[in-house]
Design a protein around this ligand. Structure first.
Ligand code: IMP
Ligand code: MG
Length: 187
């Protein structure tokens, strides 16, 4: 039974796709895998604000390694629910990532345009390695070839909100991930 404790917001969903328990279990598994893969390395976890913030704080607490965190905010010139791939830096990194193993942590990969832009940007920063971890992947909508290293859940082509993901800046505080009713974003 899913607890609907922000009940007015749940009315805008056509259904819950991933409950908080399912998300928590998968985040714990991802943390274990990343802990194993980066053992002995100087890991820097980078949160792509704002959507990934909720996932990020949960994931890093499941990575059992000494690590650094940094935050990057970008604005991706969206048209409605579609990304254009043109990205502007709103907040750059605070620390140099040269020579370090970088793990970019994102909420969702849709067309792939945003992360392919970031991947090209990071290629100029001379990190030791660059890996991508996304909570959600919508491969059906990919416009550019991009395969993340770590994926929480592969989902069908739905517009989803909650657990950090927004529509027009709302719904980020929903503890579960749900499918937004199409009539909400068509109006
Ligand atoms: P991409 O450049 O098309 O891969 O877009 C990635 C960005 O679009 C994500 O970081 C989200 O901010 C946003 N986005 C894509 N799909 C969704 C969705 O279903 N719900 C909420 N935001 C989304
Ligand atoms: Mg985002």
């Amino acid at each position: 039974m899913i607890q609907k404790d922000v009940s007015a917001l749940y009315g805008d969903l056509s259904g819950i796709l991933l409950s908080r328990d399912v998300i928590a279990n998968r985040v714990a598994e991802l943390g274990k895998t990343i802990t194993h893969d980066f053992s002995g390395h100087e890991l820097v976890c980078i949160c792509i604000l704002k959507g990934a913030a909720t996932f990020f704080v949960d994931l890093i607490r499941n990575i059992d390694l000494p690590l650094h965190v940094d935050y990057m905010a970008i604005s991706s010139y969206e048209r409605g629910t579609q990304s254009t791939g043109r990205v502007r830096f709103v907040k750059d990194l605070d620390h140099d990532v040269g020579g370090r193993d970088v793990l970019l942590i994102e909420d969702i990969i849709d067309s792939g345009l945003t992360l392919s832009f970031l991947r090209d940007h990071f290629a100029t920063l001379q990190s030791r390695s660059l890996s991508i971890c996304t909570l959600l992947d919508k491969p059906a909508r990919r416009k550019i070839q991009l395969t993340p290293d770590y994926v929480g859940f592969t989902i069908d082509d739905h517009f989803v909100v909650g657990y950090g993901l927004d529509y027009a800046e709302t719904y980020r505080n929903l503890p579960d991930i749900g499918v937004l009713r199409p009539d909400i974003y068509r109006n």
